[in-house]
Design a protein around this ligand. Sequence first.
Ligand SMILES: NC(=O)C1=CN([C@@H]2O[C@H](COP(=O)(O)OP(=O)(O)OC[C@H]3O[C@@H](n4cnc5c(N)ncnc54)[C@H](OP(=O)(O)O)[C@@H]3O)[C@@H](O)[C@H]2O)C=CC1
Ligand SMILES: CC(=O)[C@@H](O)[C@H](O)COP(=O)(O)O
Ligand SMILES: [Mn+2]
Length: 381
Amino acid sequence: MKYISLLGSTGSIGTQTLDVIRTNPDFFRLTALSCGTNIELAIQQIQEFQPALVSVQREEDVDLIKKEVPASVTVISGEDGLMEVACHQDADILVNAVIGSVGLKPTLAAIKAGRDIAIANKETLVTAGHIVTTEANKHGVSLIPVDSEHSAIFQALNGEDPKTIERLIVTASGGSFRDQTRDELHGVTVEQALAHPNWSMGAKITIDSATMMNKGLEVIEAHWLFGIPYDQIDVLMHRESIIHSMIEFVDKSVMAQLGTADMRVPIQYALTYPNRLAREKGERLNLWEMEKLHFNKLDMDRYRCMKFAYEAGRSAGTMPTVLNAANEAAVAAFLNQQISFLEIEDLIEHSLNRHERIHSPSLEEIIHADEETRQFVQSKL
Ligand SMILES: NC(=O)C1=CN([C@@H]2O[C@H](COP(=O)(O)OP(=O)(O)OC[C@H]3O[C@@H](n4cnc5c(N)ncnc54)[C@H](OP(=O)(O)O)[C@@H]3O)[C@@H](O)[C@H]2O)C=CC1
Ligand SMILES: CC(=O)[C@@H](O)[C@H](O)COP(=O)(O)O
Ligand SMILES: [Mn+2]
């Protein structure tokens, strides 16, 4: 039996994590969960999984939840609530499926409490990868990837010596506008941008896929999770999302991990690693149904966010923090229909250009750079 605490239970990864738990009651039990503002769904989840501890984003929702759940469930709120769920004493592992850099402090709290972390929340690794990985090493905590590309690399690396990696090949679908030229992106709608060709995901990451910032964040995430320099991380366009990523080793042998587009596979693997658990009802990959798999070289001029991410990653310091914060704020503004799709890139570029990099920032300096960038983006709306 593995006991699990879950940040972001009401989201796309959160609900799929609960599905993995629901399907395997003899292996997993939920001890604590956090949600944002989707109280109706959270109440159903609490009634079904009966965690001991629940945290909601807004204080005013605490009583709403208490009225509907057994008195044995402790309900708390806010940033402190996220931290308490992250370090819940009964949990063996934390699944961090919250969205955005709000996941940073709970991640650090869980590390200090010695909890292993199945990490979906890539923004945390992008904004403060040097702090998170240093702290995880210091406390002997494992950061197990959930993101499909990083799970693929993690699986392909199983039993290999990481020093024999020559390069990582991170695959990218190209997102909702992959068949449009840049000129055709003027005036695209939120609805069009939210139509990912292969994956059903939360709104923010779906927009990130459309701008390819998702892949940029994933390059930085891979750098921190696997300790590989940016020059040895390539992005390969692969429109079917069947090969989830690959490793080229020094002998030029390439290991790939393949599967259907189902996040329950990497979520479950992160929870059972180093073992595997049967998924009796899992969809099988029938390659003969695919006819063809396609591959193309990445065009950095078409996807400017890729360029920004490689540059920010290589500059390091507070640059990835600014990249991430500007992106979070700009994507939120696009989803609120305050800016156009192409303005997301402009705001990120502007934020990076004006920022004075801090070389090796402390947590406080990271938090300050994040807040200051968000304010700047707001001021431009
Ligand atoms: N979805 C996917 O397939 C994949 C996602 N990821 C990564 O996983 C993470 C989660 O993504 P996804 O599940 O799509 O996101 P969603 O937007 O679907 O879910 C986000 C979750 O976080 C909660 N939340 C949001 N803001 C706050 C806040 N300020 N305080 C507390 N809780 C909050 C939401 O609560 P509520 O809804 O109740 O407001 C929800 O439970 C992201 O980092 C993403 O990049 C990585 C690979 C694949
Ligand atoms: C499922 C997952 O891991 C997403 O990050 C996915 O990779 C998005 O696909 P693209 O960013 O390649 O469009
Ligand atoms: Mn991914």
